[in-house]
Write a protein that binds this ligand. Structure first.
Ligand code: IDP
Length: 139
């Protein structure tokens, strides 16, 4: 994936609470183009693989259970400086620490159930996008 792309998920909490439209609206209004998108549900194995970097953390089991409990929206987004600008748009991991107006400040309830994912590097954007999408699903 090109360096001007990032990968996102609208997480199960935000999907359950009816925030897909509001979050996508904020993403596109902020200048991101949707390159790939789908409603899907992660299996336990998917979530354990996707979050493997956190497997020694005390919250790993809780994170896998949360991320598999319902559908998510997975998407690849394009914009200059996509990874960094998207991390700014979503705000800090803990919504209590997220800046006003950020997606997590508006839609997240807790550090675990925090509404959205955003890749933290160009390398991870590439890996995470390829985890969810085949080449023919990226436009
Ligand atoms: P990030 O999503 O802001 O990059 P990471 O530290 O990479 O944050 O953590 C990945 C995900 O793990 C978070 O988005 C959140 O869903 C979950 N998580 C992180 N820290 C905690 C915690 O202390 N308790 C429960 N879940 C957590």
């Amino acid at each position: 994936m090109a360096d001007n792309r990032t990968f996102t998920m609208i997480k199960p909490d935000a999907v359950e609470n009816g925030h897909i439209g509001g979050i996508l609206d904020q993403i596109t209004a902020s200048g991101f183009r949707i390159v790939a998108m789908k409603l899907t549900q992660m299996t336990q194995r998917d979530a354990e693989t996707f979050y493997a970097i956190h497997k020694e953390r005390p919250f790993f089991g809780e994170l896998v259970e949360f991320m598999t409990r319902g559908p998510i929206v997975a998407a690849i987004l394009e914009k200059d400086n996509a990874v960094e600008d998207f991390r700014t748009l979503i705000g800090a991991t803990n919504p209590e620490e997220a800046a006003e107006g950020t997606i997590r400040k508006k839609y997240a309830k807790s550090i675990g159930e925090n509404a959205v994912h955003g890749s933290d590097s160009d390398e991870n954007a590439q890996i995470e996008g390829a985890f969810h999408f085949a080449g023919r699903e990226m436009f």
